[in-house]
Design a protein around this ligand. Structure first.
Ligand SMILES: Cc1cc2nc3c(=O)[nH]c(=O)nc-3n(C[C@H](O)[C@H](O)[C@H](O)COP(=O)(O)OP(=O)(O)OC[C@H]3O[C@@H](n4cnc5c(N)ncnc54)[C@H](O)[C@@H]3O)c2cc1C
Length: 310
């Protein structure tokens, strides 16, 4: 059969890989410009060189043997490594968090900058609507996007599935990325839950990173919600001030900084694992069907592929 997979984050890619292994044809569509989804990474050019940032997920942990095996497989390919600073069981992508996704996306082929506005059933199969989406028809469709976006896409197709997504809201996160001329005098490489700082880390200290001293800071969900519609410049100044306070006000030159607003950063967890309607051939996967973690996205995508193939 042929499947359209909407969303090439880890859930969509894992589902697509499972379908492809079972000899189904898969076409992946993602509105982003490159691999990552909420495991995104970014390079920043400064007057003194480049700095790298993982501005979404910071690290991954495995509770399920299947995801542990996947992490070990990625490590064997040089795509992931342990990062003890975040915990004994913490892993990161190498040389950037999105590296394993890039690898999967390259193997499967993804149409980037392809925002799907709607999926429409017809007598000759599913058709997707959106700029530059094409006219292909598909036997089935997989929705692998955050809950709020899934609710929008599913509402006209499958109101029952859309309600599951709408009932699983996400929390926002304002994220700071900042590159410095010297090492910030903060002991250790990780700060957790300090006032409005939910998490901050020396990104440049993760395994396999090269480049300038680089920090990522995530504001707490409460702070992010309270400042959700603030101007980026205002948010950047506030988050830089929080980091400077942690560094004791040391006079370290900021070479470059930027902020990213994740409206749907941390998912809820509906408990469904995945959703598959064989009569309409609509599948749904994503972290929000299990919980706000990389592992959940992987397991959800894998379970959906297994359900479809069964
Ligand atoms: C700031 C932050 C920090 C986090 N920290 C951690 C952490 O430390 N550890 C951890 O385990 N997890 C963490 N997470 C959560 C983790 O990143 C997610 O659980 C996981 O990446 C979700 O994967 P996914 O495939 O379900 O969704 P996503 O990665 O969101 O993928 C969905 C994809 O769908 C695409 N898309 C959406 N709508 C459309 C459309 N209409 N058409 C086409 N494409 C579309 C998007 O561009 C995206 O690429 C964090 C997340 C954030 C944002």
């Amino acid at each position: 059969m042929t499947f359209a997979v909407i969303g090439a984050g880890l859930a969509g890619l894992t589902c697509a890989a499972g379908l492809s292994e079972a000899d189904h044809d898969v076409a992946l569509f993602d509105k982003g410009r490159g691999a990552g989804g909420r495991m995104a990474s970014r390079q920043m050019r400064t007057a003194q060189g480049e700095a790298g940032f993982d501005h979404g997920a910071q690290y991954m942990t495995a509770h399920d043997p299947a995801f542990r095996a996947q992490l070990e497989g990625w490590a064997a390919q040089g795509l992931a490594a342990r990062w003890p600073a975040a915990g004994e069981e913490a892993w990161v992508g190498v040389p950037s968090m999105n590296a394993p996704l890039r690898h999967l996306a390259d193997a499967l082929g993804v149409r980037w900058s392809a925002r799907v506005e709607a999926a429409v059933p017809g007598p000759d199969g599913w058709r997707l609507l959106g700029d530059d989406i094409g006219e292909d028809r598909f036997d089935g469709v997989v929705v692998a996007v955050p809950a709020e976006q899934a609710a929008t896409l599913l509402a006209p197709l499958a109101p029952d599935l859309a309600r599951r997504a709408a009932d699983t809201p996400s929390l926002p996160c304002w994220t700071l990325m900042a590159a410095f001329a010297e090492r910030l005098p903060i002991p250790g490489d990780v700060l957790k839950r300090r006032g409005a700082i939910d998490w901050a880390s020396r990104n440049s200290a993760k395994p396999g990173r090269v480049g300038l001293e680089a920090w990522v800071l995530h504001a707490t969900p409460d702070w992010s919600r309270a400042h959700l519609e603030d101007e980026p410049d205002t948010v950047q100044a506030a988050l830089l001030a929080m980091l400077a306070a942690e560094a004791g006000g040391a006079p370290v030159q900021t070479l470059s900084a930027s902020v990213h607003r994740w409206r749907y950063a941390r998912s809820g967890g509906s408990g469904d694992g995945m959703l598959w309607d064989p009569s309409r051939r609509i599948g749904v996967c994503g972290d929000w069907l299990l919980g706000p973690r990389v592992e959940s996205a992987f397991l959800s995508g894998r379970r959906l592929a297994a359900a479809i193939c069964a």
